[in-house]
Design a binder for this molecule. Structure first.
Ligand code: ADP
Ligand code: ZN
Length: 517
C-alpha cells in the first residue's frame, strides 16, 4: 500500500501538503475520531479522500451540497479513484452503477446527501457494504442554532453508533459553541482529536529581499540574531556546506544538513539543534520533518522556495512557542529561472507542470507584493485578513510606479529580437549600449534601441525580474537564458491593461551596498 505522501502526488497531483493537512490525514488514517476546522479553500476534502484510499472498505461522505458532491466524485474518478454518489440528483443509471460497484466491493468513497440517511434501507445498506470511515463535510450543519442547520444531520450520530466506525468531521466554522454542538451531536460528547487552525501565524514576521549580495544578506540577518536558534534553507546541498562554514567564520555556531548525508550525522544535527541554544542549521528542505523545536527564533531562505506551500511550511517552523519569530526570504531572477526549469524538466504530465508553474507564480506574487504580505499569503489559502503590522511591507510600504510603459518597451525588445535573447542583451538594446553582440546582429538599428535610457542597467534588471515574477515573460527551456513572452503579457502589450511595479526594490538595487561592511 503506497504511503500518504506518494498518494498525494500520484493520485491528487500535489507535491506537498497544505498547512494542517498532514496532521489531519495522519489522525484520520489512524482511525481516530477527528474534528478539523479549516478555512474555506484550505483543502479539507483531501483530508478524508486520501485516508479513504489507505483504509480498507468504504468511506461514506455526508455532504449537504449535491453540486459539490458531484464535483468531487467527478474529480476522484478522473484521478482513477472508484467513487460514487447517492443523491436525489442521480439518474437511475448512475444509481445502478453505484450499487453495482458496491456489490462488487470496489467502491472506495460513497457520497451521500443527509436526506438519504432517513430513507428506509440506508442503514442496512451501509451495514452490508463494510463502511470503515464516516466523513462529514460542513459539519456545522448539525448545529440547530446556525444558519445552515440541516435536520438530517442529526441522524449522523446514530449512524456512527450503529456502524461503530471512526468519524471525521470537517467545517470552516470555528466558533466555540458550534464546535461544542458538533461534539455533542456527532460524537456523543466524547471529545474527538480536534484540529483548529486558521493559517495565520501572527507571531512570525514576514520579509522578502531581492538578492543583492546574498551571502552578506544572510550573514547580516544572522548577526542581528546572534545566539538565537535559526534555520537557513538553501537550494542546493553544496551551498548548505559553504554557507555554514561562512557563518562559523563569522563567529556563529552553525552546521549543515542535507539529504545526501548519512543517517547518523543527520540524527546528530537534529539532536544538537534540539538540545543546544543558538545553533544555526543550514539545510535543504530535507531538514524539518523530524524537527519539533518550539523555540526556533528565525528562518531564512537563502534561495527562493519552490512553491507558496513550501514557503509557508518552512517559515512555519519558526516560533511554534508563539513568541515573536522572524523570517527573511531572498530571491532573484536566477531563482525564478531555476525553479521554472526544474518544473519544465520534471517528468510530470503537462497539467501538473502547469499547476506547479501556477504555484510558483503565487509565491512570486508574494515576493513582489506591494501591500501586506500576510494578506497576500492568507488570501492564497482562502483566508481574509487585515494588514498585519508584522511584515516588511507593513513596516515600510512599498512605493509603486506605473510600469506599463517600461514593460511594453521590454516586451517590444523581446519580440523584435525573436524571443531569442536573455535579459542582459535586451537591456543593452533598451539602454542603447552598442556592444559587439548588439552590433553584430544589427540590434542597434531596431526602433527599440535606446528607448529605455530613463532607467539604468540595475533598474532594468529589477524590471525584468518583476516581469518574470508576474509571469509576463518566462525563460525558454529550449534556449538557455532566452526570455519568451507569455499570454499574460498580451493585454499589456496591446494597451488593454497596465501594471504597477515596485519602486523600492529598484532603488535599493541601484544604491548598491558595499560588498564588505
Ligand atoms: P475546502 O473544502 O477546504 O474549501 P478543497 O478541499 O475544495 O477546500 O480544496 C481547495 C483547493 O485547494 C482545491 O482546488 C484543491 O485542489 C487545492 N488543494 C488541496 N490540497 C492541496 C495541496 N496539498 N496542494 C495544493 N493544492 C491543494
Ligand atoms: Zn503585513
Amino acid at each position: 500500500m503506497p504511503g500518504a505522501a506518494e498518494l498525494l502526488s500520484s493520485v491528487f497531483g500535489f507535491s506537498e501538503f497544505r498547512p494542517g493537512q498532514a496532521e489531519i490525514v495522519d489522525a484520520v488514517m489512524a482511525g481516530q475520531h477527528t474534528l478539523a476546522i479549516m478555512p474555506t479553500g484550505g483543502g479539507k476534502s483531501l483530508c478524508f479522500q486520501l485516508p479513504a484510499l489507505c483504509r480498507d472498505g468504504v468511506t461514506v461522505v455526508i455532504s449537504p451540497l449535491i453540486a459539490l458532491m458531484r464535483d468531487q466524485v467527478r474529480g476522484l474518478r478522473e484521478a482513477g479513484v472508484a467513487a460514487g454518489a447517492l443523491t436525489s440528483g442521480n439518474t437511475e443509471e448512475e444509481t445502478e452503477e453505484v450499487f453495482r460497484a458496491l456489490d462488487e466491493g470496489v467502491l472506495k468513497l460513497l457520497y451521500m446527501a443527509p436526506e438519504r440517511l432517513s430513507a428506509g434501507g440506508t442503514l442496512n445498506l451501509l451495514r452490508r457494504i463494510g463502511v470503515s470511515l464516516i466523513a462529514v463535510d460542513e459539519a456545522h450543519c448539525v448545529s440547530q442554532w446556525g444558519h445552515d442547520f440541516r435536520p438530517d444531520y442529526l441522524r449522523i450520530g446514530e449512524l456512527r453508533r450503529s456502524l461503530n466506525v471512526p468519524l471525521a468531521a470537517f467545517t470552516a466554522t470555528a466558533d466555540a459553541e458550534t464546535r461544542a454542538e458538533i461534539v455533542t451531536r456527532l460524537f456523543d460528547g466524547v471529545q474527538p482529536e480536534t484540529f483548529l487552525r486558521g493559517f495565520d501565524r501572527p507571531n512570525i514576521h514576514l520579509a522578502f529581499e531581492v538578492k543583492d549580495s546574498p551571502r552578506r544578506q544572510i550573514l547580516d540577518f544572522a548577526d542581528a540574531r546572534k545566539g538565537q536558534s535559526g534555520i537557513v534553507y538553501c537550494g542546493t546541498r553544496a551551498k548548505t556546506e559553504s554557507l555554514a562554514a561562512a557563518l562559523r567564520e563569522a563567529g556563529h555556531s552553525a552546521c549543515h544538513y542535507h539529504g545526501g548525508m548519512e543517517a547518523e550525522p543527520r540524527r546528530e544535527v537534529e539532536a544538537r539543534f534540539q538540545r543546544e541554544d543558538g545553533l544555526i542549521v543550514v539545510a535543504t528542505v530535507a531538514f524539518g520533518m523530524g524537527v519539533d523545536k518550539p523555540d526556533i527564533r528565525w528562518v531564512a531562505h537563502a534561495d527562493l522556495p519552490k512553491s507558496i506551500e513550501g514557503y509557508y511550511q518552512e517559515i512555519g517552523r519558526a516560533g511554534r512557542d508563539g513568541a515573536p519569530a522572524e523570517t527573511l526570504t531572498l530571491y532573484g531572477p536566477e531563482d525564478i529561472r531555476l525553479r521554472r526549469s526544474q518544473i519544465d524538466e520534471s517528468p510530470a504530465p503537462a497539467e501538473r507542470r502547469a499547476a506547479d508553474h501556477a504555484r510558483l507564480n503565487a509565491l512570486l506574487g508574494l515576493a513582489e507584493a506591494l501591500t501586506c504580505r500576510r494578506q497576500t499569503l492568507l488570501g492564497y489559502f482562502g483566508e481574509e485578513a487585515q494588514p498585519c503590522g508584522t511584515c516588511d511591507l507593513c513596516d515600510r510600504p512599498a512605493e509603486a510606479f506605473d510600469g506599463t510603459e517600461a514593460v511594453r518597451k521590454a516586451l517590444s525588445a523581446i519580440l523584435r529580437t525573436g524571443e531569442y535573447f536573455g535579459a542582459g542583451h535586451l537591456i543593452d538594446i533598451l539602454t542603447g549600449n552598442g556592444t559587439d553582440k548588439v552590433k553584430a546582429r544589427s540590434h542597434d538599428a531596431l526602433p527599440t534601441f535606446g528607448v529605455g535610457r530613463e532607467f539604468d542597467r540595475r533598474q532594468w534588471q529589477a524590471i525584468f525580474r518583476q516581469m518574470m515574477g508576474h509571469d509576463l515573460v518566462r525563460p525558454d527551456p529550449e534556449r538557455h537564458g532566452a526570455l519568451r513572452m507569455t499570454e499574460a503579457a498580451r493585454p499589456i502589450l496591446r494597451g488593454e491593461a497596465g501594471i504597477e511595479l515596485r519602486r523600492d526594490t529598484i532603488r535599493k538595487a541601484s544604491s548598491a551596498r558595499p560588498a564588505v561592511k
